[in-house]
Design a binder for this molecule. Structure first.
Ligand code: ATP
Ligand code: MG
Length: 258
């Protein structure tokens, strides 16, 4: 069974894409078969994977042409597969809007091979129809959170939006994990917010914490993941540790439920 996770936070710049591309690469390094889907028209995950957003097709073309998905699945520089994003993705909402049960459009129309160990989806910074579809398709959400003043508020809003969607539309979306990103322990706010997250969200908060590390910010400009760019940096080590925690948390849970 594939573990499917949408990487979501309606707040911009919290580390969604950094998490998506580096976690995908670290899981690939651990010999997992990973597919990353970029559904953000900004296409940052696509360029971080070494692919030009102006020179690729996205889910938009796939849904528009209703053709086989295989031709859209490309090799990313980090050793995983990717369905890239391009600026046309914005128009995908128009396609979905006019369908029945529009929150379930991905589930009905995205027919992917079943042999991936992980499917990760990098979402845009908004709870638009694409994001809702990604959350419904995956069932599980990973929320990267920057330990800043409004982080907790944003997370509470996301949680209640998901609960409302589940109730009103009959969906089964779950916040599976919360990842603290861009942490700087010298900063009092990082320590305070990190503690508040643990208090409110308990075991949902992952043990691995992604530190603020310039190597993580540099890697995408070389079209590389941190695993290839500088695995020995503190950012590289954090993502290796995150992939280990993912494997323990999600693969073991899967075995137990099987
Ligand atoms: N741990 C980190 N250390 C240093 N810089 C980071 C770290 N994580 C992310 N960044 C930088 O912060 C910026 C925002 O990160 P990223 O693009 O991953 O966020 P995002 O949530 O995907 O943003 P958006 O909402 O626009 O999609 C980027 O320039 C990225 O390189
Ligand atoms: Mg992003």
């Amino acid at each position: 069974m594939t573990i499917k996770i949408a990487i979501t936070n309606q707040k911009g710049g919290v580390g969604k894409t950094t998490t998506a591309v580096n976690l995908a690469a670290a899981l690939s390094k651990a010999k997992r078969k990973v597919l990353l889907i970029d559904i953000d028209a900004q296409s940052n995950a696509t360029s971080a994977a070494g692919i030009s957003k102006n020179d690729c097709e996205s889910l938009y073309e796939h849904f528009e042409l209703k053709d086989k998905i295989d031709k859209y699945i490309l090799d990313a520089s980090g050793g995983y597969k990717i369905i890239p994003a391009n600026p046309n993705l914005v128009a995908t909402e128009k396609i979905i809007e006019n369908t029945k049960e529009r929150e379930k459009f991905f589930s009905k129309n995205l027919k992917l091979a079943k042999d991936y160990d992980y499917i990760l989806v990098d979402c845009p910074p908004s709870l638009n129809l694409l994001t809702i579809n990604a959350m419904e398709y995956c069932g599980s959400v990973l929320v990267p959170v920057q330990c800043e003043y409004y982080a907790l508020e944003g997370l509470v809003t996301l949680k209640s939006t998901i609960e409302q969607l589940n109730d009103s539309r009959g969906l089964k979306i779950e916040i599976a994990a919360i990842l603290r990103t861009m942490a700087d322990w010298r900063n009092r706010l990082t320590r305070e917010v990190s503690g508040q997250l643990e208090k409110h969200f308990k075991s949902k908060v992952l043990n691995t914490i992604i530190p603020r590390n310039v190597r993580l910010a540099e890697a995408p400009s070389y079209g590389q993941s941190i695993v290839d760019y500088d695995i020995k940096s503190i950012g590289g080590e954090a993502f290796l540790s995150l992939s280990g925690e993912f494997i323990r948390r999600f693969e073991h849970a899967k075995k137990k439920s099987a």
